[in-house]
Design a protein around this ligand. Structure first.
Ligand SMILES: Cc1ncc(COP(=O)(O)O)c(C=O)c1O
Length: 384
């Protein structure tokens, strides 16, 4: 069996300076939600271009905090693209609202036309969650026009889009709130972790309360005076200082890591353009106002490729190349089939896309030899 080429590798989070900063945190005796968390929040919010950052457990908890802070709940409906990781829809249910699935366009982004059809016919829709899937920004110009026209809220799911831009704006700074993931495979990681960013003081204040059981004081503030109030039900969504210090160190490398992904994407384009039947879903394009960050490198397996997507997936695996499929449309999952009105056939573009897409290995510092093995395996199969 040849050595395996993984789909992703966790970003470089080990290095003398990272280990030193973790040791400093451990020796400081302050292990959670302290100065490192505050520093990480400042640095990350600045990077995105927002006033506030609220570090927490995950993108899932960030999305929940955003929906809660916007007052969404029972009786409200929230638009979610039908092709996304399931967290985007699950949080809507946990917030007490109902997810409304929306079909995607040919390149897997939320389809603005379908979005408008839903908004025109359904006054209970109070919010949309555009997902910058694979690290490629949605058509935010069209989405924002509809957000203003129909007076709904806009929570960006940026789990995969650290540093992606629309014109001069980074994803996460366009909607009412942006929610990022620092899960192990993401473009930057703290192991697990997430950040809510926003310009709104109201959202920030509410999210801070909800992050730590509705308490009016942080542990640090309680040192000076023990009394505090609990003004709301809340959760423990706190981030540890160890995660925060890793996050700070990751921020020093984020631009370099993104550049390395873009270089790999360019190399993929050069080689994939030569293979009939395999098309990159998003090709690097300097002229476009939307710049992706290639969290995933997704290709479409067209009819003129001699193998089906599933056949190719298995063939690559036999050759030690681990590919993936992101994502099954939400209405394919038994939970959502049981609990919504949706059925197969309702979202034709997402369904067709799902039968064709394949995610190829993509990570910064992908070795030339690893890259060539992937291309070689794809080319070998392209000969009938
Ligand atoms: C599009 C999308 N949204 C939300 C999430 C949830 O992120 P987390 O694992 O940090 O909760 C993910 C994670 O894979 C994701 O890809």
């Amino acid at each position: 069996m040849p050595r395996k080429i993984p789909l992703y590798k966790p970003q470089t989070i080990v290095g003398k300076e990272v280990l030193k900063s973790i040791q400093e945190v451990l020796e400081s005796g302050w292990l959670t939600m302290g100065p490192k968390t505050a520093e990480f929040e400042r640095i990350f919010a600045d990077y995105v271009g927002c006033r506030f950052g609220i570090a927490n457990h995950s993108c899932t908890s960030s999305l929940f905090l955003a929906l809660d802070a916007l007052g969404l709940g029972k009786g409200d409906q929230v638009i979610v693209p039908v092709m996304t990781f399931v967290a985007t829809a699950n949080v809507v249910r946990w917030a007490g609202a109902e997810p409304v699935f929306c079909d995607v366009a040919e390149d897997a982004e939320l389809d603005p036309e379908k979005l408008e059809e839903l908004l025109e016919t359904n006054p209970q829709i109070k919010c949309v969650i555009p997902v910058h899937l694979y690290g490629y920004p949605c058509n935010m110009d069209s989405i924002c026009k509809m957000v203003s026209k129909y007076k709904i809220k806009n929570v960006e799911d940026c789990a995969q889009s650290h540093g992606a831009t629309v014109g001069t704006k980074k994803t996460g700074s366009i909607g009412d709130a942006g929610c990022f993931s620092f899960y192990a495979t993401k473009n930057m990681t703290t192991g697990e972790g997430g950040m809510l960013v926003t310009d709104s003081k109201e959202i920030k204040d509410r999210a801070l309360l909800m992050r730590s059981h509705g308490q009016t004081k942080t542990p640090e503030q309680k040192i000076a005076d023990y009394w505090y109030d609990v003004v709301s039900l809340g959760f423990n969504f706190r981030m540890s200082e160890i995660e925060a210090t890793i996050g700070i160190k990751q921020m020093e490398k984020i631009d370099e890591m993104t550049r390395a992904r873009l270089e790999t994407a360019k190399r993929y384009k050069e080689e994939l353009d030569k293979i009939p039947g395999i098309t990159m879903l998003h090709k690097p394009d300097k002229r476009s106002a939307r710049r992706g960050v290639y969290h995933l490198l997704v290709v479409k397996i067209e009819n003129n490729y001699p193998l089906s997507r599933d056949q190719l997936y298995k063939r690559l695996q036999e050759k030690g190349v681990i590919a993936g499929v992101h994502y099954p449309p939400l209405h394919y999952f038994s939970y959502y089939q049981r609990t919504t009105k949706y059925k197969k056939g309702d979202f034709p573009t997402a369904e067709k896309l799902f039968s064709q897409i394949l995610s190829l290995p993509m990570y910064p510092r992908m070795k030339e030899q690893e890259f060539q093995s992937v291309i070689h395996a794809l080319k070998q199969n392209s000969k009938p």
